[in-house]
Design a protein around this ligand. Structure first.
Ligand SMILES: [Fe+2]
Ligand SMILES: [Fe+2]
Length: 239
């Protein structure tokens, strides 16, 4: 295998993980880019994936719904794998709006694309129909002034972006075993956290949401007692 391979898996009712496996020939050790599609009255995509992977990712979305029905294109912070394909999705889905932090909207997204972004403040609610999501501002966790996450209160899913980044091609869509050990080993090689003094408090804030599903951008999604994984990560960050 020397080309990216995309797949789509329903990991919770009406929640799909679209994963692109990057083989070791392309990224040493292999890597994965995941996007999450929440199918609701107003469908939401969390992370667009890099611009160059748009054909692969959008092809997977089309397996379960017409691309033009997307309404919200959300992401954690401004980077190629978070929102690189945003212009392509906005072109394909005329009713779609970018969804990000108010800082991301103000500083970058309102200039990067022509569709006015929905810039969310900490705790602000976004309803997709049956699902009620809240924005969780987490400046500099793991990186980016504008960083934040969406928490789906309805399914207790935390769309946690780069937190718990695991190496490898992420072939298992959903796991229940510990993901802190492998993601912390990865952090040992790639120092992608910002070393912010606020990290422990922000991890605590996310743990207090008591998520039952962690929708990771890189590696497997995880289901179980999310607070325990978050607190374990917090302890590791402060040690
Ligand atoms: Fe990132
Ligand atoms: Fe990422």
């Amino acid at each position: 295998m020397n080309a990216p391979v995309a797949s789509i898996t329903e990991i919770a009712p009406r929640l799909h993980r679209i994963s692109v496996a990057m083989p070791p020939e392309l990224i040493p050790g292999g890597f994965s880019f995941n996007q999450y599609l929440l199918m609701d009255e107003r469908p939401l995509l969390f992370h667009t994936g890099p611009r160059k992977l748009f054909p692969l990712v959008s092809e997977q979305i089309r397996k379960v719904m017409p691309l033009e029905q997307l309404r919200y294109i959300a992401f954690s912070h401004v980077e190629a794998d978070e929102c690189g394909a945003l212009p392509d999705y906005l072109a394909a889905a005329p009713q779609a709006r970018p969804v990000c932090s108010e800082i991301a909207a103000m500083v970058s997204v309102s200039d990067l694309v022509d569709v006015e972004p929905i810039g969310l403040a900490d705790g602000q609610v976004l309803e997709t129909g049956r699902h009620r999501l809240t924005w969780q501002s987490t400046p500099h966790l793991p990186h980016g002034w504008e960083c934040g996450y969406l928490f789906d209160e309805t399914s207790r899913t935390l769309f946690c972006g780069d937190l718990f980044t695991q190496p490898g091609t992420g072939d298992k869509a959903l796991v229940h075993d510990d993901i802190v050990e492998s993601s912390e080993a990865f952090r040992g090689h790639m120092d992608y956290f910002s070393h912010s003094v606020n990290a422990p408090a922000l991890i605590d804030k996310l743990a207090n949401l008591r998520p039952q599903l962690l929708a990771c951008m890189h590696g497997s999604a995880w289901s179980g007692d999310g607070a325990s994984q978050l607190r374990k990560l917090g302890r590791s960050l402060s040690s």
